[in-house]
Write a protein that binds this ligand. Structure first.
Ligand code: BTN
Length: 327
């Protein structure tokens, strides 16, 4: 499923975002649309789960704050100008969309208001309701072999943490190797990096980022682990356009730095953000399930674990859960 985000829908929500009633005729005049087209747009928003009130003689009102993603507002604030930006109303998954591109030399960013099949790591679902959060993917070409991109998940996690800190979420914000961003042990963001090798030391990555921004409710059917959102923490509605621009700017800067210097230059920043060092963890990957104490990470971003029998092991992938705070 693929649907571009319509400019008129963005403008309609923009007008309604003042929280006042607006009648169909007035909205139609402002947007140069017929009343019936306005009614259809309202029905579309309702079908996406947006709460809209309507009263005879007064018109429509948004019952919860909402602003849609606006390609122009986001582009205006980008510091890296050579980026292809696509904004959709609905996609199956932003990662899947960008994975259909090959041999691109430009950086591409894809955003959507809703994913019907948002993917988390280890084949989990990433719950992606309309208009509330950030679902972003970045196609990034590297003049590097796939084997040199091991630290990419960690670099992505650090870029997300940097932006959340700029929004004032600094205390109790940590990264759990390699990609879980946790606030007070509840998940606020995660990333899914999919690397595709090409030839002659050229490769590209599709880096998918999900951030819980304005989500307040959900049914436990959709998210099984403890979660939080920026709005839950800060108690204010967050303008996702500003947030997106900042996230894209920081992500691209971090990726440029990684391209030039590799992961080693991020080690210090990682140590500041990491919540696993010294903890006793259970690590699961497709091959095994092991228990041990985390010693740290190596220069490539692999996790170093001292197993219960004292043997040191290095892991390039896996899912970790903390068993004991200290040994
Ligand atoms: C995880 O923590 O398990 C990774 C979550 C990654 C979710 C994002 S949302 C945008 C992009 N598109 C997807 O289908 N997944 C990633």
């Amino acid at each position: 499923m693929k649907k571009q985000l319509n400019d008129n829908l963005v403008k309609l929500v923009d007008i309604l975002s003042d929280g006042q009633y607006h009648d169909g005729t007035h909205l139609g005049k402002m947007l140069k649309m017929t009343r019936s087209a306005i009614w259809k747009a309202i029905k579309k928003l309702e079908a996406h789960g947006v709460q809209i009130g309507s009263t005879k003689g007064k018109g429509y009102v948004l019952l919860e704050p909402l602003r849609l993603l606006d390609k122009y507002k986001i582009s205006q604030q980008l510091t890296h100008k050579k980026i292809g930006l696509d904004v959709f109303e609905v996609l199956t998954s932003t990662n899947e969309y960008l994975k259909s591109f090959k041999h691109q030399t430009e950086i591409k960013i894809c955003l959507t208001e809703k994913q019907t099949h948002g993917k988390g790591r280890l084949n989990r679902e990433w719950y992606s309701p309309f208009g509330q959060n950030i679902y972003l993917s970045c196609y990034y070409p590297f003049r590097k072999d796939m084997s040199e991109l091991a630290g990419l998940s960690l670099v992505t996690s650090l870029a997300i943490i940097k932006v959340l800190k700029l929004y004032g979420i600094a205390q109790n914000l940590f990264v759990k190797w390699p990609n879980d961003i946790l606030y007070e042990n509840k998940k606020i963001s995660g990333s899914l990096v999919e690397i595709q090798g090409e030839t002659n030391g050229v490769s590209h990555a599709v880096i998918g980022i999900g951030v819980n921004v304005n989500m307040i409710h959900h049914s436990s059917r959709h998210i099984s682990q403890p979660w939080t959102s920026m709005k839950k923490i800060l108690n204010v509605y967050i303008d996702r356009n500003d947030f997106c621009s900042s996230l894209i700017n920081h992500l691209i800067s971090y990726l440029h730095k990684f391209t030039l210097h590799g992961f080693a230059v991020f080690t210090e920043e990682w140590l500041q953000a990491d919540c696993l060092t010294n903890k006793v963890v259970m690590l699961k990957n497709i091959n095994e399930k092991v228990q041990g104490q985390v010693v740290g990470i190596n220069e490539q971003g692999f996790l170093i674990v001292r197993l219960l029998d004292g043997a040191m092991r290095i892991f390039s992938s896996g899912d970790t859960s903390i068993i004991k705070e200290t040994k």
